[in-house]
Design a protein around this ligand. Structure first.
Ligand SMILES: [Zn+2]
Ligand SMILES: [Zn+2]
Length: 434
């Protein structure tokens, strides 16, 4: 039966080739063993969808610049870049991408990054290029699918310490992938996640999942809600409150603002921080109905600024002494000078990752450590999911396989989840066919 055998083999081969043509491929160009600088590629029939192109974190192991076919070189006519959110480790390298590659980003996230880039422009030349890129970007809406070549992409809003952050459901030829982006399940908006997954995502074939907190498997993250209550209690108990917080950690900033209102303390920010808050308040998005992102009975008060310094006079001092205050500060000399002139008892809080003030750490910021001094309270919770939250999400999506990224410890991920789920532990640049 040589002919028959050959014939059937041939048709099998044809079938195989046909199937092969239809396969979607995933390549993690960077991010299989580090938290920063993730770049993921989805490829189908010559079309390429990249997700995120960020900067590596300080102290990253391999720091060679990435040169990627279809993203930075070669044929760019069938490529697009999706941005999950505005954190530097996801968006930081966008200026290296030729204009021929269209970039997609959520509208409010883009507008927040524009305020930040405009603010930084005087000290950072690169921000001009970032603004140009963002002006040309295409924006998408939560839950509204769009297509690029053979891909269907559905942006799913997800809770993270960056606002307007997205996961993506990516589909091509009957295969579906859920790319989580950075996310957590202990934020103000996380309660909706199961509902959102059921309504907009359903079951998927594969998951590309961030795994930042995998090295601390037993830690349970404090909820943003509980953290806000702690701030209310502190603000009631102390008159002078100075909080060091990332200017784009929107949920935390609004939590602090409403905590100040509840405690009856005036809330002070500088003009730049107020602009960031205004973008959120004016953004007409699905969370617009939430009172968290609205101004309450009085607006945030904007610090007066003149000749490179914040203005403070006796009247202002008397007012602060009488009413107390909550001030959002940054580790800058203009803030240090203002704080030195503010009256009475001052309690300082660190409301961001304490790695910035660990002298032996790679992310150590001497300016922040100096501004805080030795006497401060650390009141913070992670922007990333704990392991319980991760398990919940896996159950909701029930994927055939999970690919961990955005982690320093992929092997720990395999150890934790490999018994229950099929975990594909990839290496940078390795390609997998779905
Ligand atoms: Zn992030
Ligand atoms: Zn990240």
């Amino acid at each position: 039966m040589p002919f028959g055998g050959f014939g059937s083999q041939s048709s099998q081969q044809l079938e195989k080739n046909r199937n092969r043509r239809q396969e979607m491929k995933i390549t993690i160009h960077r991010g299989t063993d580090q938290i920063g600088g993730c770049v993921t590629e989805y490829e189908h029939e010559g079309w390429r969808l990249f997700v995120d192109y960020g900067e590596q974190l300080p102290g990253a192991k391999h720091t060679e610049p990435l040169d990627i076919e279809g993203l930075t070189k070669g044929d760019l006519s069938k490529s697009a870049l999706l941005i999950t959110h505005y954190h530097g480790d996801h968006i930081g390298c966008i200026t290296k991408i030729p204009d021929a590659v269209p970039m997609y980003i959520g509208k409010v996230g883009r507008d927040i990054q524009l305020v930040l880039s405009n603010h930084l422009m005087s000290v950072d030349n690169l921000q001009k290029d970032v603004i140009e890129k963002l002006d040309k970007a295409r924006t998408f809406n939560p839950g509204v699918p769009f297509s690029f070549g053979p891909f269907s992409i559905k942006p799913i809003i997800i809770d993270h310490s960056a606002f307007d952050a997205y996961a993506f459901k990516i589909e091509a030829e009957e295969k579906s992938v859920f790319h989580t982006g950075d996310f957590r399940t202990h934020g103000f908006r996380s309660g909706n996640l199961p509902k959102v997954i059921n309504a907009y995502v359903g079951h998927v074939d594969y998951m590309v999942c961030e795994a930042t907190n995998v090295s601390r498997p037993d830690a349970t993250s404090k909820s943003e809600h509980a953290l806000q209550q702690e701030y209310v209690d502190r603000f009631k108990a102390h008159k002078g409150n100075i909080v060091y917080v990332s200017t784009t950690n929107i949920d935390r900033i609004f939590a602090l603002y409403h905590a100040a209102l509840r405690a009856g303390r005036p809330f002070y920010v500088d003009e730049y921080q107020k602009k960031v808050m205004d973008v959120v308040v004016q953004g007409d998005q699905i969370w617009g109905k939430s009172p968290l992102y609205r101004y309450g009975k009085y607006l945030p008060k904007v610090l007066q600024y003149e000749n490179g310094e914040f203005r403070i006079n006796d009247k202002f001092r008397e007012y602060l002494e009488l009413k107390g205050y909550v001030l959002l500060a940054r580790a800058k000399s203009k803030f240090n000078k203002l704080i030195a002139q503010m009256p009475g008892e001052k309690v300082k809080y660190l409301s961001m990752w304490n790695g910035y003030v660990r002298p032996d750490g790679i992310a150590y910021s001497p300016a922040l450590a100096e501004a805080l001094g030795s006497d401060f309270e650390y009141l913070h919770t992670s922007g990333h999911c704990d392991m319980q939250g991760m398990k919940q999400l896996f159950k909701l999506l029930s994927p055939q396989a999970i690919i961990p990224i955005h982690t320093e410890n992929p092997d720990k991920f395999v150890e934790l989840f490999g018994k229950e789920w099929h975990v594909l532990r990839l290496h940078d640049g390795e390609c997998v066919s779905l």
